[in-house]
Design a protein around this ligand. Structure first.
Ligand code: GLC
Length: 745
């Protein structure tokens, strides 16, 4: 369909609509559907969460699940896990699974991926986001969205923007300078819009510079629409709209919500009245309708045709597209892709004395300690929850991987109180004034029975650990702590895990420790005692399989940290520079914004490793870190002029070990003499390469002007650095293997 004809058809159909009908299209008619205009064949847009799979179905206006057996789906690794693979192809295949299953479930838009910067390790939703680094996010979000949108379904990249905490998420106003915004918080979204051509985007709950993200003229009109030329669909977060005029005159298209009074939403009856009174121009509504109709055409939900009428006049109507992709879900290929991604998302943090792998032929008795070995995570976390067709736990994975010649014994090791009965309607009050964390957190005191269980579990684990040569402890967090609507209080491990892990290592120093978590935890109590530590975020339906295959050596781990692992919140930039959870509003602020508190990103661009490296803050493990069962030798770094770019960088990587493996090679850039306002170095490119033992490959990267530029607040533009620069190539941000100086005139 030629662009011209498309736009003409949209205009022609738009002309047929009354104001009331246009208003129906721009706000929800159900919790996960927009409004329709049956008279003209314009259907509802059907949406569904979330980043880890297609969420179970709800009734149109009731937050209780429909509860049939038909909406169990593939449960993918979370966005933090996908990022941990550093494998762009796996981002694409994960997107294709998500998109194909969404279509197969009859959806038009999947509310994914979440790509907010992991600025604050306390943020409850960090597991739904990718990284602290904008380059890693941008390079992974593009193939992921492209994979989704191959299936006549739309992605919905979220939450635009600066949604970095759950505490008072609807009412926290974020203040940050332009350079920080453009160098850290926007690039992932800019790549999603300008490179991946996302058809959908979701505004955020929080305010940015005094405007709520889902009705922000600055974010949605000035930056998204005008600067980036985005002509796709923008939906609000659910209940994130607070004002008719602001919503009408911003780049928002559809207001979604968590209450069933749909026609009374700000873009419902109030909008019609405001237009009727001449307070809001109908042209603003028309802009939204154009985006909505264009969206419908892009996902092939409709085509627009002329229908002959009895009076011989033609009328434009929307009709379904006969050969629209039907999608498919729960296919073997989906489970295989989930497994491939999970395998490369497992990160080997430490492996002294070649403790790992533990070959099945080497052990007849394997003790598995830790409730997280037996815990099903899929159905937690908030709106990202998934009704998984199945979920292989670490225990299941290990039992299967080691087979019948190895006795695999399980003990919980630590006590996890049953999750407080989270009523399925938690989302109905999820936009309540202030989310308290008593509802869904093990915040209560333990009773005598529970205290006895804690002691019993620990004693039996320690006693057994003495008898077993091979012990695997699986601990970490779960979705009582990595969860929407709440932030953690600190980085400590819950349920007394530190005491357990220390006690087990004291009697069996060979015990392997596995941490499952969507954000950093404090491992100082036992990290130095453990010989081997593995890390994985919520790793999907085959997470247990992947973990077991890494432990047994079937899979050589290749995951690398997509975020730094600080030991405590007090060390982080959000604590040292920022004023988390936010300061009270000043009188002047109260006059101009509907907020409860202001959080200033005073650390500026010094987020994650940019901060820790600049200020020499010791970390448990650095950004980009991940070991392998083999070794890689980097050599032959060459930098040459590149046509159409600044530099072409080539490097050789050789597998000098005895097992095949994959290595994520990272390229950073920084000034030779680092000026005060700049990070020491910043990730600008990466690639992952598979190498057989002894095999060597050459990787090449292109560096552009932008890679050597910073945003200048004073002049409000990008400015390229000058003078001596250093190009670093390494296995992590803290493991530079080669570097080369260049001069920028
Ligand atoms: C939630 C989340 C958003 C989700 C939406 C629908 O509040 O913030 O990520 O897609 O509402 O459940």
């Amino acid at each position: 369909m030629r662009a011209g004809s498309t736009e003409k058809k949209i205009e022609a159909l738009l002309k047929e609509l009354t104001l009331e009908e246009k208003a129906r299209l721009v706000h929800a008619s159900e919790y996960f559907r927009s409004g329709d205009v049956p008279r003209l064949g314009i259907p509802k847009i059907t949406m569904s969460d979330g980043p880890m799979g297609v969420r179970n179905d709800f009734y149109p206006a009731d937050w209780h699940p429909v509860g049939t057996t038909a909406d169990a789906v593939s449960y993918l690794p979370c966005n933090s896990a996908i990022a941990a693979t550093w494998n762009k192809e796996l981002a694409r295949t994960s997107g294709s699974v998500l998109g194909r299953e969404a279509r197969g479930r009859g959806k038009d838009m999947i509310l994914a991926p979440g790509i907010n910067i992991k600025r604050n390790p306390l943020c409850g939703r960090n597991f739904e986001y990718m990284s602290e680094d904008p380059c890693l996010i941008a390079e992974m979000v593009v193939p992921l969205i492209e994979g989704i949108q191959e299936n006549d379904v739309s992605a919905c990249v979220k939450h635009f923007a600066c949604n970095a905490q759950e505490w008072e998420r609807l009412w926290v106003n974020v203040e940050l300078d332009e350079r920080t915004l453009r160098e850290i918080y926007l690039p992932g979204f800019e790549a999603a819009v300008r490179r991946a051509k996302t058809y959908g985007l979701m505004g955020s709950y929080n305010l940015v510079r005094g405007e709520h993200g889902s009705q922000s003229r600055f974010l949605l009109t000035k930056i998204l629409r005008e600067e980036w030329g985005y002509d796709g669909l923008v939906v609000s977060d659910w209940g994130a709209v607070h004002d008719t005029r602001a919503a009408a005159e911003s780049g928002l298209d559809i207001e979604m919500g968590v209450t069933p009074d749909f026609d009374d939403y700000f873009l419902g009856r109030p909008l019609i009245e405001a237009v009727r009174k001449g307070e809001i121009a109908e042209a603003e509504v028309d802009k939204k309708v154009r985006h909505i109709l264009r969206f419908m055409l892009r996902v092939r939900l409709i085509e627009i045709v002329q229908k002959e009428q009895k009076n011989g006049k033609g009328k434009m109507v929307a009709v379904p597209v006969a050969d629209r992709d039907p999608g498919y879900y729960n296919g073997d290929i989906m489970h295989r892709y989930a497994k491939e991604t999970a395998r490369e998302a497992v990160i080997l943090l430490k492996n002294e004395k070649h403790r790992l792998p533990v070959r099945p032929s080497q052990t007849r008795k394997l003790l598995v300690i830790g409730e997280n070995a037996n815990h099903l995570h899929a159905n937690g976390g908030g709106s990202g929850e998934i009704k998984a067709l199945y979920e292989v736990t670490p225990l299941m994975g290990l039992a299967r991987e080691y087979g019948g010649n190895t006795e695999v014994k399980y003990v919980p090791g630590y006590y996890v109180p049953a999750r407080l009965a989270t009523d399925a309607s938690w989302q109905e009050d999820s936009t309540a004034e202030l989310m308290t964390d008593t509802k869904r957190r093990d915040g209560r005191k333990y009773d005598a029975r529970e205290k006895a269980l804690i002691k019993k579990y620990r004693d039996e684990a320690v006693a057994l650990a003495k008898e077993y040569d091979d012990v695997v402890i699986v601990g970490g967090l779960n979705h009582d702590y990595d969860v929407e609507g709440m932030d953690r209080k600190d980085l400590s491990l819950p349920y007394g895990q530190d005491e357990l892990i220390k006690a087990v290592l004291a009697v069996n120093p060979r015990a392997v420790v596995v941490m499952m978590a969507g954000s950093p935890v404090d491992m100082r109590a036992w990290k130095d005692d453990a010989q081997a530590i593995l890390w994985m975020a919520y790793n999907g339906m085959e997470g247990g399989t992947a973990l077991a295959e890494v432990i047994s050596g079937t899979v050589n781990p290749s995951g690398k940290l997509p975020e730094s692992l600080p030991a405590e919140f007090a060390q982080t930039p959000a604590a040292v520079c920022g004023d988390y959870p936010g300061r009270k509003l000043r009188a002047a602020e109260k006059k101009v914004m509907n907020a409860h508190l202001t959080q200033t990103f005073k650390e500026g661009v010094f987020v994650g490793y940019r901060y820790y490296e600049k200020f020499g803050v010791p970390l448990q493990f650095p950004f980009g870190h991940g070991l392998s069962y083999t070794e890689y030798k980097y050599s032959g770094l060459k930098v040459s002029k590149a046509p159409g770019a600044l530099f072409e960088v080539q490097v050789k990587v050789k597998n000098t070990g005895h097992v095949s493996g994959k290595e994520a090679v990272q390229l950073y850039v920084g000034e030779k003499t680092v000026s005060e306002e700049n990070p020491v170095k910043e990730l600008k490119a990466f690639d992952k390469v598979e190498l057989q033992p002894g095999e060597e490959k050459t990787l090449s990267f292109t560096l552009t002007e932008r890679d050597f530029s910073h945003y200048c607040n004073e002049e409000n533009c990008w400015k390229r650095m000058k003078g001596r620069m250093v190009i670093y190539v390494g296995a992590s941000s803290a493991d530079v293997r080669l570097k080369k100086e260049v001069t920028l005139s």
